[in-house]
Design a protein around this ligand. Structure first.
Ligand code: PEP
Length: 255
């Protein structure tokens, strides 16, 4: 696992799955598993409409809540959007920004992701900034260029100091929901690249920055990924919808 400077973090991205009753059952299972009382920090990111209920149910469990997305604007006529202040209002500590599904399905540009990151930071939320290359980009040997472009867009808008309260998630697009996982060595290489870029601006912040891996993490492959020196936990999609599986992943992060 990682340096003692960095407490491992496991974040569950529920995406747009389930319903109110299923969310309640999932949380019940998670609380019963004791996932929130291990050495790793644990957070779940339900759909917006379930945040308040899930937050209430998780009280005292040690498991936190986060949003899956946030509006870049403060307030106003933005039908359908959710402001950072609103996420704070219902008890969120984290918010995912720049998930590849938002970038691909909703055409979110690097610039918009950077503005969302800044909005989250302004309100004291910890942004989980997702970066990752497509399969084509990997095959074209463009992984490094893509990751640095996505990261630099945020660095050009937000001061390096904001990264003291931020998390970066490396999520190769070809590994998300595909059952295909980056090898520990592939993940380590990109995680070191990300930490290195932050380190060019501030070595102390880089040393304490948590860089998560996401992309088909399961109980069976979590431990080998989390054993890499620059992998500080995971952003988990599909496997976060099963309480036992997610709890095993959280346990692997705490080892
Ligand atoms: C994700 O949604 O961020 C993700 C990594 O999904 P999965 O774990 O299902 O690949």
């Amino acid at each position: 696992m990682n340096s003692s400077l960095r407490k491992p973090l496991v974040a569950g991205n529920w995406k747009m799955f389930g319903n109110r009753a299923e969310a309640a059952r999932l949380v019940e299972g998670l609380v019963a598993s004791g996932a929130g009382s291990g050495p790793a920090e644990v957070v779940v990111c339900p759909p917006f409409v379930y945040l308040a209920d899930v937050g209430r149910q998780l009280q005292g469990s040690g498991i936190g809540i986060g949003g899956q997305d946030v509006c870049a604007e403060e307030t106003g006529a933005q039908t359908g959007e959710v402001a950072a202040s609103m996420l704070v209002d219902v008890g969120c500590r984290y918010v995912i920004v720049g998930h590849s599904e938002r970038r691909a399905l909703y055409s979110e540009s690097d610039d918009l992701v950077a503005r969302k990151f800044a909005a989250a930071s302004r309100h004291g939320l910890v942004p989980i900034l997702c970066v990752g290359e497509s399969l084509q980009e990997r095959e074209d040997d463009a992984t490094r260029t893509v990751i640095l472009r996505q990261l630099d867009a945020v660095l050009s808008m937000s001061d390096i100091g904001t990264f003291a309260r931020a998390v970066v998630a490396y999520e190769p697009v070809w590994a998300i929901g595909t059952g295909r996982t980056a090898s520990p060595a592939q993940a380590q290489e990109v995680h070191a690249l990300i930490r290195g870029r932050i380190g060019e601006k501030d070595a102390t912040i880089a040393a304490s920055l948590r860089v998560l891996y996401g992309g088909s993490v399961k109980a069976v492959n979590a431990a080998e990924l989390f054993a890499m020196p620059d992998v500080d936990g995971g952003l988990i999609g599909g496997a976060s919808l099963k309480a036992d599986e997610f709890a095993s992943i959280c346990a692997a992060a705490g080892r």
